[in-house]
Write a protein that binds this ligand. Structure first.
Ligand code: AMP
Length: 420
């Protein structure tokens, strides 16, 4: 241990567990890459205003959870708390929407930062894989994204997750509902902060996790009863497409999510093995966001899946991913001369695309074989002075335990053959 530790609310990814994180990122992004989504990467920090406007002034993320800083040059920046606003900003800046190819479909993977109260599954640094489809209003696009997330979770072997679905209406019907909800909420027994929230963003009150608040919300007006015909038809089409694809979902009219920019389709993926931090991913349609950050009208939809919680979900379901062995061949030299020769063979193997590792540090046979075992290598190459004098190396199959002498000059080719 050094004098230092990882900052509060963060943790390090170290082998072997880190391999699962890589596999999860890969599994979530694979269906996107196969569906026309291109990779995008944006900076880890942005102008703080982008999030204030894009995520919403009244959200917890903006009011309480952003890591903000002032640079020496006087710029007000924030570590990114989420991906959508940045991705949309970048797409607009690069004029991707003007290439005549809508929707612009993008995926991303990276670190996000929120100054939250740390607990199991909730960290101050976490990682997400996300997808955004920008510039098109089409229920099939909403359905596509939900289906691809479902496919990703299933490909990982997850089963105990559920999809919650709702529609938040649009700029026609939501204001009418908002007013009805405000009238209802103003009569309830609520604390000062929640009262303020009624005036700024009343839908967020529905999201309140406290039991005494939830109890008072039983008779709150339902958004479903206020949806305009266009929103209703849109939502029915998303539901029908999901059903046709065999993707099960639950209608959840209380689902509003913590970000201001959502319109129409909203959804969340929850996992039943995670306790209170049960959301493994979520997203929805954000038709007004582009205009909120100074862009043209670009109706869009997207999601972000949390990598950390997906790994926790795998652990909760005791799913062991079938991770490929990282090392196929492990070389154990005995003596100076063998070190030079086997190091050459390892280099040759690696250039031929075979994963190979080497017992560094001039270790004895016993210790080196222990490392060979731990590496998971299928074969070990052992050579001492006598072998070299005879022009051979000992090739050991770690599964069968069989060992045979192979001419040194043929060792790499023989291994390539055996490993297919
Ligand atoms: P959100 O942007 O809040 O909808 O988050 C999308 C997903 O990111 C969530 O479903 C979580 O899986 C993950 N996530 C969000 N905040 C955190 C956090 N503080 N710690 C770990 N994962 C998080």
């Amino acid at each position: 241990m050094s004098t230092f530790q990882a900052p509060k609310g963060t943790y390090d990814l170290t082998p072997p567990r880190s391999a699962t994180f890589l596999a999860v990122r890969e599994a979530i992004s694979a269906p996107l890459r196969d569906s026309g989504y291109g990779y995008i990467e944006t900076p880890g920090f942005e102008n703080v205003e982008l999030f204030a406007r894009g995520v919403g002034e009244s959200t917890d993320i903006v009011t309480k959870e952003m890591y903000t800083l002032t640079t020496k040059g006087g710029d007000q920046l924030a570590l990114r708390p989420e991906g959508t606003a940045s991705v949309l900003r970048a797409a607009l800046e690069a004029n991707l929407h003007k290439a005549g190819n809508l929707p612009v479909k993008l995926w991303y993977s990276g670190s996000y930062y929120r100054y939250e109260r740390p607990q199991a599954g909730r960290y101050r640094h976490f990682s997400q894989v996300g997808a955004e489809a920008i510039g098109t209003e089409d229920p099939a696009l909403d359905a596509e994204l939900i289906i691809l997330a479902d496919q990703a979770y299933r490909s990982l072997g997850l089963r105990r997750f559920r999809i919650l679905l709702n529609s938040l209406g649009d700029k026609e019907c939501r204001p009418v509902y908002r007013e009805a909800l405000q009238t209802f909420l103003r009569d309830l027994d609520l604390d000062e902060e929640t009262r303020r929230r009624i005036e700024i963003n009343p839908l967020r009150v529905l999201d309140d996790k406290r039991a005494d608040v939830q109890k008072q919300l039983t008779d709150a007006p339902k958004l479903r009863d206020y949806l305009c015909d266009a929103c209703k038809a849109y939502h029915e089409e998303v539901r029908a497409l999901l059903t046709a694809a065999g993707v099960a979902f639950e209608d959840d009219e209380k689902l509003v999510r913590g970000l201001d920019y959502y319109t129409r389709t909203t959804f969340e993926f929850v996992h039943d093995g995670l306790g209170s931090q049960s959301a493994v991913g979520g997203g929805g349609r954000y038709d007004g966001l582009s205009e909120m950050i100074g862009g043209p009208e670009l109706p869009s939809v997207g999601w972000a899946l949390g990598v950390d919680r997906t790994v926790l979900a795998l652990e909760a379901e005791s799913v062991e991913l079938d991770l490929p062995a990282t090392t196929s061949v492990y070389a154990v030299p005995l003596g100076e001369e063998a070190r030079r020769v086997l190091f050459g063979v390892v280099t040759e193997l690696r250039r031929a695309g075979i994963a190979a590792d080497f017992a560094f540090g001039g270790r004895g046979l016993k210790g080196a074989m222990k490392s060979a075992n731990r590496s998971g290598a299928r074969y070990t190459l052992v050579a001492g002075e006598r072998d070299l004098a005879e022009g051979v190396v000992q090739l050991k199959d770690m599964e069968s335990g069989e060992q045979s002498a192979v001419p040194l000059a043929e060792a790499a080719a023989e291994l390539a053959k055996r490993l297919g």
